[in-house]
Design a binder for this molecule. Structure first.
Ligand code: DQA
Length: 150
């Protein structure tokens, strides 16, 4: 049996992590987050692929292309979380178990960040633990997939 494969999607402005509002998002860069996730994925014995895009359509395409390639998705859709019906519909269309993550706690911030279009179609959401949100999301997704496969 081939290894379980996880796709990690980072949305707009997350390429600027480390520089961007460090008081909110911390000083860890996206490269460091991806490196940590890769090392955690090896310990969890799954394959992991990371992609960042500032374009909504590219994120939609990546979700479509995940079909028959990845068994789970971790997504931080950035600001698209609060606006994108297209990303939500793509997740619904492919029916791949998806975990939504956020570095900041979106519920303690501006009201427009309190609503997520993705949350209702995700298996769960992790918000507010900085770079650890991704690691917690990966662990939770792998546990979920293992339970599903058994
Ligand atoms: C974010 C929260 C969003 O509201 C914001 O637009 C982002 C980052 C987070 O990880 O905390 O770009 O998704």
């Amino acid at each position: 049996m081939s290894k379980t494969s996880i796709l990690v999607l980072h949305g707009p402005n997350l390429n600027l992590l480390g520089l961007r509002e460090p008081e909110i998002y911390g000083s860890t860069t996206l490269v460091q987050i991806n490196k940590t996730l890769k090392s955690n994925s090896e310990k969890l014995q799954v394959s992991l692929f990371c992609l960042q895009s500032n374009c909504e359509g590219e994120l939609v395409d990546a979700i479509h292309n995940a079909r028959n390639q990845h068994q789970g998705i971790i997504i931080n859709a950035g600001a698209y979380t609060h606006t994108s019906v297209a990303i939500r519909d793509a997740i619904t269309a492919v029916q791949i178990p998806t975990v939504e993550v956020h570095l900041s706690n979106i519920y303690t911030r501006e009201e427009f960040r309190h609503h997520s279009y993705i949350a209702p179609v995700a298996i769960g959401q992790i918000s507010g633990f900085g770079a650890d949100s991704y690691c917690l999301g990966l662990q939770a997704l792998v546990n979920y997939l293992k339970q599903e496969q058994s």
